[in-house]
Design a protein around this ligand. Structure first.
Ligand code: HEC
Ligand code: HEC
Length: 251
């Protein structure tokens, strides 16, 4: 009895398979249909179409940090990365991608991006995360102590006051600080930008990695350099004012 039932199932299965083999003339072959954008679940396509423009081909970095940085991926966990992709980072160039946040990607697509960024680009055993600074700050920082940390760890490259030096660009520039979040700064201080030669938290000084607190403090110091109205000298209203005063002088 049981054998017979199994046989029936098998015959039914074969029949189903056989009927799928020959595509009737005039109908598209299986797999050749164009997918709706929300149905794409292949990481390379999702990444290339939505992320590569800023984070670089294959996560190698561009205007925004390299995501294929094993140190970054050892420190930022899945939840943190997913949250940023879904909701974006307000007041920075990082857009929100979740449909729920006004973006165009489904939850399933965001899952693929989050999981594959980690599985493809992280390296097991990159670092002992217990000894590394945490992704999110544990306390509020102290800008005054951060000034000292800056002089100790950063000034040799980024120059006095963060105004730029021969080995690193200006990082207290008001336009730069206006477009980067505190977490974005923390991420760069911890994970570096290896694709541009920026050291991670261990590489600023030989044999003297930054402590978690020093990372927090130096970010507070950078944040304290933000100005109320970044880019003001070039704003339209100032420009008009300047024009008017120049016109007045000419009269
Ligand atoms: C228009 C440029 C742009 C695009 C497109 C973009 N990003 Fe970003 N992304 C940024 C910027 C700028 C930041 C840094 C934001 C900040 O200051 O915190 C960022 C930050 C991130 C971070 C967080 C880094 C951290 O500090 O933990 C992740 C993760 C990320 N992006 C993933 C993605 C993924 C995945 C995509 C594609 C679905 C994407 N981004 C598309 C510009 C972009
Ligand atoms: C050995 C030299 C060196 C040291 C030390 C160093 N950096 Fe950098 N940093 C770089 C380089 C190189 C870059 C990438 C190119 C650039 O922006 O100059 C960079 C990039 C950055 C950026 C991103 C700038 C951008 O435009 O995206 C920030 C923020 C930054 N560094 C902060 C720091 C802080 C804070 C410290 C100290 C804790 C520090 N750096 C120590 C060399 C250094």
């Amino acid at each position: 009895m049981n054998v017979l039932r199994h046989l029936c199932v098998l015959v039914a299965l074969l029949a189903t398979l056989a009927s799928g083999c020959g595509t009737p003339h005039g109908q598209p072959n299986k797999g050749s249909e164009v997918l709706a954008p929300t149905e794409i679940l292949e990481f390379p396509t999702l990444y290339a179409e939505n992320c590569a423009g800023c984070h670089g081909v294959d996560g190698r970095g561009g205007a925004a940090i390299a995501l294929a940085n094993p140190v970054y991926l050892a420190i930022a966990d899945e939840a943190a990365i997913r949250k940023v992709i879904a909701n974006g980072v307000p007041r920075t160039g990082m857009p929100a991608f979740a449909e729920s946040a006004g973006g165009l990607l489904t939850d399933a697509q965001i899952d693929v991006l989050t999981k594959d960024i980690r599985s493809r680009w992280s390296k097991q055993g990159t670092l002992d995360t217990a000894a590394a600074p945490s992704y999110a700050p544990k306390s509020s920082g102290d800008a005054q102590r951060g000034d000292l940390a800056y002089k100790t760890y950063c000034e040799s490259c980024h120059g006095p006051g963060g105004g730029g030096g021969s080995k690193g660009s200006a990082i207290t520039d008001d336009s730069f600080l206006a477009l980067v979040s505190d977490q974005g700064l923390r991420t760069i201080v911890i994970a570096g930008r290896p694709e541009l030669g920026a050291p991670d938290w261990r590489g600023n000084l030989q044999r003297k990695p930054m402590s978690d607190q020093e990372v927090t403090d130096v970010v507070s110091w950078l944040a304290s350099r933000r100005v109320q109205n970044p880019g003001q000298p070039y704003s339209a209203s100032n420009y008009t004012q300047q024009q008017e005063s120049e016109d007045a002088k000419r009269k």
